[in-house]
Design a protein around this ligand. Sequence first.
Ligand code: SF4
Length: 342
Amino acid sequence: MKNIYNYTLNELEQYFISKGEKGFKAIQLFDWLYKKRINTFDDMSNLKKNLIETLKIDYKISSLKIITKETGKDVYKYLFELEDKSKIEAVLMLHDYGNSLCVSSQVGCNMGCLFCESGRLKKIRNLETYEMVLQFLQIEADLNIKISHVVLMGIGEPFDNYENIIKFIDIISCNKGIDLGVRHITVSTCGIVPKIKEFMNYGKQINLAISLHAPNDQIRDEIMPINKVYKLDLLIKTLKEYIKVTNRRVTFEYVLLDNINDSYENAIELSKLLKGMNCYVNLIPYNETSHSKFKKSNEKKTMQFYDTLKKQKINVTIRKEFGQNLNAACGQLRANYKEELQ
Ligand code: SF4
C-alpha cells in the first residue's frame, strides 16, 4: 500500500480528481496531516465517510520506530528503524536562531568520502520521501518543538536521490501544511555536477552547500572519490553558473584535517579558488572517532586558516561543535548500533 506522506499536494489533488472528487480535498487532507498532525484517516472529520474508506484502501499512514535517542547539550540524536529494518539517523540541533534538523536521505552512502562515518556504511537504498517527512514530523512531536530549519546533510548524498528529496522539499515547504520557509532549507552535496545543473532550474530559493574539503584536485582526489569524476575546475565553473542563474549564495563546507588540508598554503589556495564568488566557507572541526584515519586540526591551525581566509576577503565561519561525546559524528550512531548487533 502507498504511504500518504510520499505525496505532494499537487499529486494528491490529481488523486482526488481521478476519484471524481474536488481537488481541494487535498488541501483538507494536508491540513489534517501537516497542520493538525492527525494520523488516522477516521479522525479527519470534514472528509466524507466513503472518501475516508477509499483513502484507507489506497494509502496507509505509518510511523518510524525510534530505537534510540541520545541527548547532549543543544543536540538530540535519533536512530530510527524503517519498515525493512534499515536504520537511519537524524539530528536536531538547537541554535540561537532556531531548531535545525539534519535529515538523512539514504540508507548508507556510496560516495566514500574518507573522513565521513556515513561513507563506511555502503548505500543499501534511497530513502523514500515519506521516510524523510517522518523524520521531521516525529522529532517535532517527540520533543514538542517547532523545527525552523532543515539541512539535508545526514547519511547519504541527497543528489543521488534527487526526485525524492525534491518531493520532500515540496511537502515540507507547502503553505497548506508545514510551510517551512524555503530559505530555511539547505541541500548539501559532495559535488554531483549534473544534479547541481538540474537544481539550478528548480526555481525555489533553497540553500546549496557544497562539501568541498580541499583546495585542489590532488587533495580532493585523495579524500573524496567523487572528485575523480567531477574535477574542481568543472565543479567551480558549474557553481559560478548556479550563482548567476539563481542569484543565491553558495556555502562551502570545509572540514579541517590535521596536516591534510589545513596549512597556510591550503588557505591561500582555497581563497584563490573561491575569489569573487558569492559564497561563504564553513570551517568544520573534525570529529575524531575510533575508526578515524585523520586527526582534528588544533585550535592554532584552525584560527590561522580562518584568519587567512578573512584576510583574503573570503566570508568564513567556524561551525559550532555539537556533542562530540554523543556519537555525534555523521553516521556514528547507526554504525555503533550495527556493531552492537554483530
Ligand atoms: S560526506 Fe556525505 S557524500 Fe561523503 S560519504 Fe559522507 S554522507 Fe556520503
